[in-house]
Design a protein around this ligand. Structure first.
Ligand code: PGA
Length: 247
């Protein structure tokens, strides 16, 4: 089970960042699951400078560019140099401010070129009865993977995050039944890009109002490999209950 804590911009000071890191280290003791922390970029730098390797770090995003005269950019190479292992790419909050599928594809390439494992976020804004949202999901996966080498494609983690479920109370999360169907569908689409039956073993996460009271049901027999957790990951009490429930 992989739990990625997406701190978004909820955490803005080093004291809280350090205390959540310490908590994650403690939670990992004697547990088999993996915790990945995705702090805002400056805090990732600060945490990376001081901590060991038990808790992996993820960037929340990387630039669609490499180095050079690009004021304000945070490149994949910079995050890799700091010791990040993963990066979230194509989060809906980045897509909302301009990340098209083409931009997402660029970012995927940069991340992989510098050894970061991309956590590709996909998800529909709303569901229509005719199932057109499935075509949107297919398009998001296709455009992100088509330009990658077979080896690169195999390393991609997919995070299914329907926009209608993000940032709300736990009752707004997807139902376990609907999640099972989406996981099957995503694996089917991945199967078009991955050799043999490697789509079956691809890592797929769910994100969108995951909390202590729905996590276990969402994890049980839906075929999901873990969660991308937003607001519940920045409250120490909630996060430790969540991790404990999933262990
Ligand atoms: P949430 O956010 O858990 O607050 O819904 C998840 C995400 O956007 O990654």
């Amino acid at each position: 089970m992989l739990i990625v804590a997406n701190w978004k911009a909820y955490i803005e000071d080093l004291t809280r960042a350090k205390s959540l890191l310490t908590l994650s280290k403690r939670l990992l003791r004697e547990r088999t699951l993996t915790i990945v922390l995705a702090p805002p970029a400056p805090l990732l730098g600060a945490l990376a400078a001081t901590h060991g390797s038990e808790v992996a770090l993820a960037a929340q995003d990387v630039s669609a560019t490499t180095g050079g005269a690009k004021t304000g950019e945070n490149t994949a190479q910079t995050f890799a140099a700091l010791g990040a292992t993963y990066t979230i790419i194509g989060h809906s909050e980045r897509r909302a401010v301009g990340d098209t599928n083409a931009v997402v594809a660029e970012k995927m390439s940069h991340a992989l070129a510098h050894g970061l494992i991309p956590i590709l976020c996909i998800g529909e804004g709303e569901r229509d009865k005719a199932g057109e949202y499935l075509a949107l999901i297919r398009e998001e996966i296709t455009t992100a993977l088509v330009g990658l080498t077979p080896k690169e494609r195999r390393s991609v983690i997919v995070a299914y995050e329907p926009l209608w479920a993000i940032g709300k109370g736990s009752t707004f999360a997807i139902s376990p039944n609907d999640l099972s169907e989406m996981v099957l569908y995503i694996r089917k689409v991945l199967g078009e890009f991955l050799p043999g039956d490697s789509a079956h073993s691809a890592t797929i996460l769910y994100g969108g109002s995951v909390a202590v009271d729905n996590a276990r049901a969402l994890a049980a027999s839906t075929g999901i490999n873990g969660f991308l957790v937003g607001h519940a990951s920045v409250d120490g009490e909630q996060f430790s209950q969540l991790v404990t429930a999933l262990d």
